[in-house]
Design a protein around this ligand. Structure first.
Ligand code: PLP
Length: 350
């Protein structure tokens, strides 16, 4: 039997596995949940009726999420990670052969989901400084059906100001603009509050990054109540399992803990940025640019990405390697000290 090429050409997402002393490759939070909160979660899980299907609308989670961001729960559809939401949006709002605009470099999964949905992808390259070329993006969106990009961006760590997102949304009213705000907890240019103002805007959020819940799969589409209801009707009914719902609802209610962790991660990211910048100034022939981050990771442009990546790997340190640079996630103070002393060893001429 012949299988479709859109399937056979795929390669499985290949995250780093194995044991590393220091993991700075997946943009996760370095905070695990405090023991008291884990105990609270364990109690809540005991109350779950394991023989029953979960709440199809993840009501408790959606309410806690909406309260945390001060938006209406009628605008929130929960999914099994924002990855599931991306597939859902493409399948719901687009039909085969329509045009989806992406930017490059950006989160690689957008293209994968689009090609499975048989959607044509139009890619707008970023400028030399890795910022989005907003005028080029606007003109591409004026001739397309939808666009998706991350803001702030994975992997560049750079952001687009809210005013520029508004300019885009207003300039292409017939194009659905999906803004993936997976890292917006670390910056403050969100357009979450605008989804009821613009009917061509959808915002994605996740519990996997700033919330420190990557193990639990929970992501959200935020859009006006009309589209939210359509998404709830189109998704698979039990996409979010009961255990994940209990965990997320419990954690999302811990407002001050979440804010504290986020603030600490921002401090550590700025420390990492400062240290890498200092290193770059001493090794200008090896490190090209260290970008000022709006996220919980730093992007380092270097022609020696592969070499540095492999040597770090041998030292038990995992970072993410791209053709033109390294993406290094903020870790604890201790992890950063280990990383920097290893980098120093690698860069030092013998
Ligand atoms: C990590 C990440 C996601 C994935 O989020 P999940 O909710 O864990 O599926 C989505 N978009 C971007 C840009 C990310 O970096």
């Amino acid at each position: 039997m012949k299988l479709p090429e859109k399937l056979t050409k795929l390669k499985a997402y290949d995250p780093i596995t194995g044991t590393y002393a220091v993991r700075l490759d997946a943009n996760e939070s370095y905070f695990d949940l405090p023991d008291v909160l884990k105990a609270k979660i364990a109690d809540a899980i005991e109350q779950v009726d394991f023989n029953r299907y979960p709440d199809p609308f993840a009501t408790e989670v959606v309410n806690a999420f909406a309260a945390y961001y001060n938006i209406s729960p009628d605008c929130v559809c929960a999914g099994n990670g924002s990855d599931e939401i991306i597939t859902l949006l493409l399948n719901c709002f687009m039909t085969r052969g329509q045009k989806l605009v992406t930017v490059s470099p950006d989160f690689s999964m957008y293209g994968v989901y689009a090609s499975l949905a048989e959607i044509e992808v139009v890619t707008v390259p970023k400028k030399e400084n890795l910022q989005i070329d907003m005028d080029a993006l606007i003109s591409a969106c004026q001739q397309a059906d939808a666009a998706v990009f991350s803001n702030p961006c994975n992997p560049t760590s750079l952001g687009v100001a809210r005013s520029e997102i508004i300019r885009l949304v207003e300039s292409a009213p017939e194009c659905l603009i999906i803004v993936d705000e997976a890292y917006m907890d670390f910056w403050d240019e969100s357009v979450l509050d605008l989804v009821t103002k613009y009917d061509n805007l959808i915002v994605l959020r996740t519990c996997s990054k700033a919330m420190g819940l990557a193990a639990v799969r929970m992501g959200f589409a935020v859009s006006d109540p009309y589209k939210t209801n359509l998404l709830r009707a189109a998704k698979s009914p039990y996409n979010c399992d009961a255990i994940s719902q209990v965990i997320c609802a419990t954690v999302l209610r811990e407002t001050s803990l979440l804010q504290h962790c986020r603030d600490e991660i921002i401090v550590q990211t700025q420390r990492l940025y400062a240290s890498l910048t200092e290193l770059a100034q001493r090794y200008t022939d090896i490190i090209d640019t260290v970008y000022a981050p709006r996220t919980n990771f730093v992007f380092v442009k270097t022609a020696y990405a592969r070499e540095i990546f492999e040597q770090l790997e041998q030292a038990g340190i995992a970072v993410r390697c791209f053709p033109n640079g390294l993406r290094i996630c903020a870790g604890t103070r201790r992890e950063q000290t280990i990383l920097l002393s290893e980098l120093e060893k690698i860069l030092q001429p013998d």
